[in-house]
Design a protein around this ligand. Structure first.
Ligand SMILES: Nc1nc2c(ncn2[C@@H]2O[C@H](COP(=O)(O)OP(=O)(O)OP(=O)(O)O)[C@@H](O)[C@H]2O)c(=O)[nH]1
Ligand SMILES: [Mg+2]
Length: 169
């Protein structure tokens, strides 16, 4: 049994203009534009099901530029979403270094963003899957412009987090 409120800090990291703000904006406001002035933490209540049970949780979303090596920035994160822009060539080594540094902190997820621009993509599943497999991470192909893809990811993360809690008890 889970008692008390579920509150999870979720940090989005990733390169310049990869879409971190836009994804947060989609999650929190169900809107496309990431141009919100508030650079602080944003909250979103989520409901989901796992193993036939209903759960309610609150996500606290934080955006961090780049791939931080400063431990303090990521402190307390239950999940870290690595946002990769599919329209740009990814820096594989930078991503791998980051995963190695942070994998013990919490759940890491890879989000390949801007899949609505699939036809301009230079980074795709086949580039990211080997990394996901190597470090046993879930990979989501998302677009801040396609609500379903983002909802699906948030659902997946919530279920993974609840699985971790239940697994520990
Ligand atoms: N087509 C498309 N454009 C997107 C998507 N997500 C973000 N963008 C665009 O990409 C640009 C950068 O988006 P932001 O959300 O500001 O990215 P960011 O990672 O927060 O950027 P910085 O905080 O400046 O590093 C903006 O012009 C967005 O409109 C997406 O899924 N599809
Ligand atoms: Mg931003």
């Amino acid at each position: 049994m889970i008692s008390g409120r579920l509150m999870w800090k979720v940090s989005l990291v990733g390169g310049l203009e990869s879409g971190k703000s836009s994804l947060i904006s989609r999650i929190v406001f169900d809107s496309e534009t990431g141009n919100f002035i508030n650079k602080g933490l944003l909250r979103k209540k989520v409901s989901f099901q796992e193993n036939g049970k209903d759960y309610h949780a609150e996500l606290i979303l934080q955006e961090i530029s780049g791939f931080p090596t400063n431990e303090k920035l990521l402190a307390g994160s239950s999940a870290i979403i690595i946002v990769v822009d599919v329209t740009k060539k990814m820096n594989e080594q930078e991503i791998i270094n980051f995963i190695r540094l942070t994998q013990k902190r919490g759940l890491i997820i890879m989000a390949a963003n801007k899949v609505d621009r699939k036809y301009e993509a230079v980074t795709w599943k086949e580039d990211l899957e080997p990394i996901a497999k190597k470090f046993d991470l879930d990979l989501y192909m998302v677009s801040a412009k396609q609500p379903d893809t983002v909802n699906n990811m948030v659902n997946g993360i919530s279920r993974l987090l609840i699985g971790r809690i239940n697994g520990k008890q």
